[in-house]
Structures are given as structure tokens and as C-alpha cells.
Design a protein around this ligand. Structure first.
Ligand code: ADP
Ligand code: MG
Length: 731
């Protein structure tokens, strides 16, 4: 037999069809991939599955006992139906087979136990599995188990794997045994000292125990070791990155007492919050250093990040550098431009006014600019005339040359890849790098920040500016309470009549080509175009209703935002803006008091929280209505209830992350994710992440290139940035 190592293709231990199913269904290519496909849970052959807990539509693997088996002829067609009733001692489940009467004699005898896999359906009030795949446990009367699959159940605990319809759990289990029997040379990537310190199993032992445990303790020991590996791999990558950053240099941009920042501070309309003051000082100090700053500024919606960023930018401009502010969307970039102009007033009109004090210019770059306008702006950037440059991805194109880029501010980091951050953070000709400030309103629990942004220092704006209103959030379920929808629109009308603005958010635009996907998705989702029509014609007649979505031109979007932001008394003002999630981040309309989110169940927790942050920004209180047709006891409704229950972004981030992991754990199949994080739950496993971080930092300090740890080096090089972004992207 050929020598099998972790790097061998999975076809070396599995038949062609199984190998193909592993690859296509679960993304498993190598023996290593296979052995890292851990069981979701384990069944004790003595414990039958609780059949009452099965939900319709779920793909399940159950252990149950055959109670009865009957064959009957079909009435309309030729052939037989075999119905086998299985039980866990209380609940029952019917298995239905067509034209397989022979199975009752040979396999499905009354009193025998088996594993049955299939999708639960309901038929005439009873739950059933149609054409399930199954394997019977060995019978005590069997002299010899009659198949490889049955042999697997000689094990004390039966592992249940994330499976697919074509590849049941026991088939994976069987392949796993073959792999474990064949594989040689499992080199342990963890440094021996760490294994000793932590009293860990070896990797070889851990892999054997997680797939073929003798008891619960064995499973726990294996999981503990493998979970640490995941945290450790990431922390080594991050420790290396930190070490690299420490070796880089930047031009120091210390504050001055007579520049733009000092002038701005002397005339700004409000005092800084304590948090803005503290974080501002941290940043000011970083900027004065000859190492590039890499700081994450984390602050909930409305905490006042923009002001902090502006003050940092002014410090850099005062020191002769340029500052770039990178925004994820056109709408947001435009708004930053407006905000900065408003904040700076004449200070941003260098050359236009013969002003007395220091001044600069703000350049703007976006994908939708005309060629002439773009050339003009590029020139202002290249000449250094513009101290501040605001833009979208267009800032990242290589036609953009800065005279002297001193700092990059990235707003809403999770929308940008790490590579994009790297483009602007690249060194100039003299090897100097700009300082980097990353801002996010997605509140990130500490351990996640350590894992995902472990190469950044973290500042938290944990205080809101005064005058922020209280937002009351309610779930509106018209299917259960039909009158509530009309009440909601009536509330909207009252708000508008009191001079306030209202957002209505829809999951889609409504001009999409009909690709039939709606029918697969169930009920047609609310769309901006349809809803705007319906509001004009039926619910909100007489009110001024505008729309905003991603497929409008930049000018149209800008116009819609301007009219919506305008005072109600203005002739062309808009009262109600029906929009997609383009308004999700950063949009600042002080008069907006109310938000109605339609099909709110379509959005994730953090997204809803972001959306809701658009209202009650002008001093008054706010009202947010989450309209949904989701079932009252569905997980989607639980998410909405969580959003309605608190406005604490950190609390919601926690709920969100936990819910996602829960989904992973309970979800049944089709987990084709190639993330290296399988067992680690960064929220729950804070202590593991901490220990891994300490161990990784120590190791990297001694052996930065991992020359003494080749197996670890290989393991680490396979960890991609994807793992880090995974946590933030699945919103
Ligand atoms: P974020 O970007 O963190 O969501 P913003 O920077 O948009 O928050 O600030 C929210 C609102 O609070 C803005 O209207 C801003 O002008 C205002 N603001 C910021 N800092 C202060 C402060 N110290 N005092 C009063 N208002 C402030
Ligand atoms: Mg903002």
C-alpha cells in the first residue's frame, strides 16, 4: 500500500465516488482536510435519538429501533410502498420506501436498531423520512458484522459528522477509520514546550481520539488540544505581523500649537466627550512616533468617530502630511465630504478665501466622477494642495499619487479586505509608511478584536455625545396582528406631520431581472420601487416620498440625500426615504426620528443595529419598527426580539456571534467552509485565545521566521486572512 500522509489526496484512502462526494459536498481534498472534519456530536448506541425534537425540513441522522414494517401495493401505480415505523421508545417516525419490499426481510427486522438519515417531512400529520439512507447496527445474533459500515459501530460512541445527502455520516466515519489506520508521520506543529506546559495530547492522539473516542473525557481532551491549535495558528500569524510592523518606520507627525487642529479646537461648536478626549490623545501620541500607527477605533453608531478622525487628520496636515479618508460607499464618502466641509468651514477653502488663519483643501475621488473633474482632483492630490482626500475605492487605484501621504483613515474596515488596507499602507520611496487608523461601528468583543484585528492597537469610544435620543424598537408582525401595519404607517404620518423624517428600508431594489429566484425564496420580498409606489398610493398619500438605492447614479443619490436632509419647510424636501441598506452606515440626518424596516428578518443583527443608528441623531427620541412575516417561533424572530430588547451594540454583537456559532453547531449539513476555525468559538473561548496569544508572542520573539518549527511554519502559511474576515463578513 502506498504511504499515506496528511498531505495525501483523500482518494488515497477513499474510493473514487466517496472521494468525489467529499470534495464536492464538503470541500475535503486531502487526508488532512478529512481528519479536520470533526464530528458534530456522538451517539451512545444505548441512547436512541429523541424523535419528538426533530423539525420538519431538517436533514437528520437518528438512531432508532424498528417497531413494525409493512408492505402494500400502490393503488394508482404499479409497485409497492414499504412503511417502516421506528421509535425511540416514545416518539415515532415513519420511513417510506418505494419498491424495496425486500428490505423488510433482509435488513429492517422488528427490534433491530439502525442509523437513519434523511430530510424530515410531514405527511398527513406524521413525520417521515422518504427513502432514507440507513445502516443497521450489528445484531447480537450476527456472528460477524456484515459490512464495513457495521464494523464501525463496534465503537463505543458513534461519531455523527456534518454530512450531505449523498454522503451519510457513517460513510464518512468509515472513511475516517481507513484514513486513521493508513496515515503515517503526523508531525506535531505545536512546539514541544507548549505541549508540555499545557499538558496536551499529541496531534496524532488528538485526531484519533476525536474521531474514535472511548469516552467523553477522551473527546474533551482532544477538543481542548485541537481548539488551542486553531487559536495558536492565528495568534502566530498576528504576532509575526506585529513584529513586522515594529520594524517599519514612519515620519513622526507630532501636534503643533498653532496649526489647523489648534484653530479648529478653538472654534468647534461642542466640547469633546471624555472618550473622544482620551482616544484623541492616544492617536496624537501614535502619530508623533516614528513607527506607523496601526490603530482600530471602535465606537458604536453615533459615538462621534468622525470628529476623532478629523482631529487626527488635521494634526497630520499640520505636520506637512496628507490624510486620506477611505469610505466603503459613494453615499458615505459624499457624506464625509459634506461633514468635513461643515466642520472646517473656511479652514477647508484654502486659496478661495483670503482667510487669515491656517487652511487646507479637501479633494474628493470617486468612481462616478467625470474625467475632467477627476483630473482636477488628482492634480490637487499629487501637488499636495489638498491636505485631506476623501474617497471610495477610487482612492486605491494606482493613478492616484499623493504628494506626501501621512495617514490613512479607513471607515468601516469590515467592508474592506486587508489587502486594500495594505495598498494605502505601502511604503513610499524612502521606506516611510503612513499611519493607519481603522474605524468600525461594528462593536467587536475583546477576544474577537484580538483574533481578527490582533495586529492593531484598539481604542474604544465608549461614551456617546450628549443629546442622543432614546430609540424604542418594536417587532411588527402583520401576519399575527394585521392591524399593526396600518398603525405603523399612521405613526409614520404623525412623525412627518410633526416635521420629522422617516426612513423605510427594504431588502431589495425591485428592478432586478426576474430570474425566478423569488419563487425559491418563498414570499416576494419588499422592494424599494414597489413599496414607494404602495406608500404613495395607499398608506402615505400626500407625503413627499423619495427613493435611494445602489443602482441610482451618484448625482441622483446625492440629490435624494440632500432633499431628505433638507429642512421640511424647503420646497423640494423629502419626508420619507424608501431605501435599501445603502443608508446603513454613517448617514447623518438629524431630523430623522423613525425607521420602518420591512422584511427585517432578512437582515442580520449587527446590520439592523447599524440601520437603527441612523435615527434619533438630532436630539429627539426615535422609533424603529421591524416588520416581519417570519414565524413567531423562528430563529429569525429571536434575532429581531434581541434587537428590540437592547440598543447596546456590544451586547448585540455578543448575541450575534453566539447565534452564528449555534447555527454552525446545530446546523446539519453542507458545511463546506474551509475556514481553519472549527472548534474555536472566540467569544466563549476567551481564555484559550489569551493563552494562545501569550504562547505565540513568546515563540515569535524567539524564532520570528519559525525556522526551528517547520511544521508550524507550514501550518501557519495555510491560514489566510479569510479566517479573520469570516467573523465580520457573515453579517
Ligand atoms: P459615528 O461616526 O461614530 O457613528 P458621528 O461621528 O457621525 O458618529 O457623530 C454622531 C453625531 O454626533 C454627529 O452629528 C456629530 O456631529 C455629533 N458629535 C460628535 N461628537 C460630538 C460631541 N463631542 N458633542 C456633541 N456632538 C457630537
Ligand atoms: Mg460615522
Amino acid at each position: 500500500m502506498r504511504r499515506v500522509t496528511l498531505a495525501s489526496p483523500v482518494a488515497d484512502v477513499a474510493g473514487g465516488r466517496t472521494a468525489k462526494a467529499l470534495r464536492e459536498g464538503l470541500g475535503i481534498e486531502t487526508v488532512d482536510d478529512l481528519l479536520r472534519h470533526y464530528p458534530r456530536r456522538y451517539i451512545d448506541p444505548g441512547d436512541l435519538t429523541d424523535l419528538d425534537a426533530l423539525a420538519t425540513g431538517e436533514h437528520v441522522t437518528v438512531l432508532a429501533e424498528v417497531m413494525s414494517a409493512t408492505n402494500r401495493r400502490m393503488q394508482q401505480r404499479k409497485g409497492t410502498i414499504t412503511e417502516v415505523v421506528v421509535s425511540d421508545g416514545r416518539g415515532r417516525l415513519t420511513l417510506v420506501f418505494f419498491n424495496q419490499a425486500w428490505r423488510t426481510q433482509r435488513q429492517l427486522q422488528v427490534g433491530r436498531r439502525g442509523l437513519f438519515a434523511g430530510t424530515v417531512s410531514a405527511y398527513g400529520g406524521t413525520r417521515q423520512l422518504a427513502h432514507p439512507r440507513f445502516v443497521m447496527l450489528p445484531d447480537s445474533s450476527d456472528l460477524e458484522p456484515d459490512s464495513e459500515a457495521q464494523a464501525a459501530f463496534a465503537d463505543l460512541l458513534i461519531p455523527i459528522y456534518p454530512a450531505t445527502a449523498g454522503l451519510p455520516s457513517w460513510k464518512i466515519q468509515q472513511t475516517m477509520r481507513l484514513a486513521l489506520d493508513a496515515v503515517e508521520d503526523i508531525v506535531d506543529p505545536l512546539p514541544a514546550s507548549v505541549i508540555t506546559d499545557e499538558a496536551f495530547l499529541s496531534l496524532d492522539q488528538a485526531l484519533r481520539q476525536i474521531h474514535r473516542p472511548t469516552d467523553q473525557d477522551a473527546i474533551e481532551a482532544a477538543r481542548t488540544r485541537l481548539r488551542f491549535d486553531e487559536a495558536f495558528g492565528l495568534q502566530v500569524v498576528l504576532a509575526q505581523r506585529r513584529a513586522l510592523l515594529e520594524g517599519q518606520s514612519a515620519l513622526p507627525r507630532p501636534p503643533r500649537s498653532d496649526g489647523l487642529l489648534a484653530t479648529f479646537d478653538a472654534q468647534r461648536p461642542f466640547v469633546l466627550t471624555g472618550a473622544q478626549e482620551r482616544v484623541g490623545a492616544e492617536i496624537a501620541e501614535d502619530l508623533g512616533s516614528d513607527h506607523p500607527m496601526h490603530r482600530l477605533l471602535q465606537g458604536d453608531v453615533g459615538a462621534g468617530k468622525t470628529l476623532v478622525a478629523l482631529r487626527a487628520m488635521l494634526q497630520v496636515v499640520d505636520a506637512g502630511g496628507q490624510a486620506a479618508l477611505l469610505a466603503p460607499t459613494e453615499v458615505l464618502a459624499q457624506q464625509h465630504l459634506r461633514t468635513l466641509r461643515t466642520f472646517l468651514g473656511p479652514m477647508a477653502e484654502s486659496g478661495l478665501l483670503a482667510g487669515s488663519g491656517p487652511s487646507t483643501r479637501i479633494a474628493f475621488l470617486s468612481g462616478s466622477q467625470g474625467a475632467r473633474q477627476r483630473r482636477e482632483q488628482l492634480l490637487a492630490v499629487a501637488s499636495g494642495e489638498a491636505g485631506i482626500v476623501v474617497g471610495t475605492h477610487a482612492l486605491l487605484e494606482d493613478t492616484v499619487t499623493f504628494a506626501e501621504l501621512g495617514m490613512v483613515v479607513v471607515d468601516e474596515q469590515h467592508r474592506f479586505g486587508v489587502e486594500q488596507r495594505a495598498v494605502l499602507g505601502a511604503a513610499d520611496r524612502d521606506g516611510q509608511r503612513p499611519h493607519v487608523l481603522v474605524m468600525t461601528a461594528t462593536p467587536i468583543p475583546r477576544t474577537v478584536a484580538m483574533t481578527v484585528f490582533g495586529d492593531l492597537e484598539v481604542s474604544v469610544l465608549d461614551e456617546y455625545p450628549p443629546g442622543r435620543g432614546v430609540i424604542a424598537t418594536h417587532v411588527v408582525a402583520p401576519r399575527e396582528q394585521p392591524a399593526h401595519l396600518a398603525r405603523a404607517w399612521a405613526r409614520v404620518r404623525e412623525e412627518v406631520e410633526a416635521g420629522r423624517k422617516v426612513f423605510v428600508v427594504c431588502p431589495r431594489i425591485g428592478d432586478e431581472a426576474d430570474d425566478g429566484s423569488d419563487s425559491a425564496e418563498g414570499p416576494v420580498m419588499s422592494s424599494v420601487l414597489d413599496v414607494a409606489d404602495e406608500l404613495r398610493e395607499r398608506w402615505l398619500t400626500g407625503l413627499r416620498i423619495g427613493i435611494l438605492h445602489g443602482r441610482m447614479t451618484a448625482d441622483e443619490k446625492d440629490d435624494a440625500m440632500r432633499r431628505f436632509t433638507a429642512d421640511s419647510e424647503t420646497a423640494d424636501a423629502i419626508d420619507v426615504l424608501v431605501a435599501t441598506t445603502v443608508i446603513e452606515v454613517g448617514v447623518d440626518v438629524p431630523d430623522a426620528s423613525t425607521m420602518v424596516i420591512l422584511d427585517a428578518d432578512r437582515f442580520g443583527i449587527s446590520q439592523l443595529h447599524q440601520l437603527r443608528g441612523r435615527i434619533a441623531r438630532g436630539g429627539g427620541d426615535g422609533l424603529c419598527l421591524l416588520v416581519t412575516a417570519a414565524d413567531a417561533d423562528s430563529p429569525a424572530r429571536e434575532r429581531l426580539a434581541a434587537v428590540a430588547a437592547t440598543t447596546d451594540g456590544f451586547e448585540l454583537a455578543r448575541v450575534d456571534l453566539q447565534a452564528r456559532r449555534e447555527g454552525d453547531v446545530l446546523g446539519t449539513a453542507q458545511s463546506g467552509s474551509r475556514s481553519s476555525l472549527r472548534l474555536l468559538e472566540v467569544v466563549r473561548d476567551e481564555a484559550v485565545v489569551e493563552r494562545a496569544r501569550v504562547a505565540a508572542t513568546t515563540l515569535v520573539a524567539e524564532d520570528p521566521q519559525l525556522e526551528l518549527h517547520p511544521a508550524l511554519r507550514e501550518h501557519v502559511s495555510a491560514i489566510s486572512d479569510d479566517d479573520r474576515s469570516d467573523y465580520l463578513e457573515k453579517g
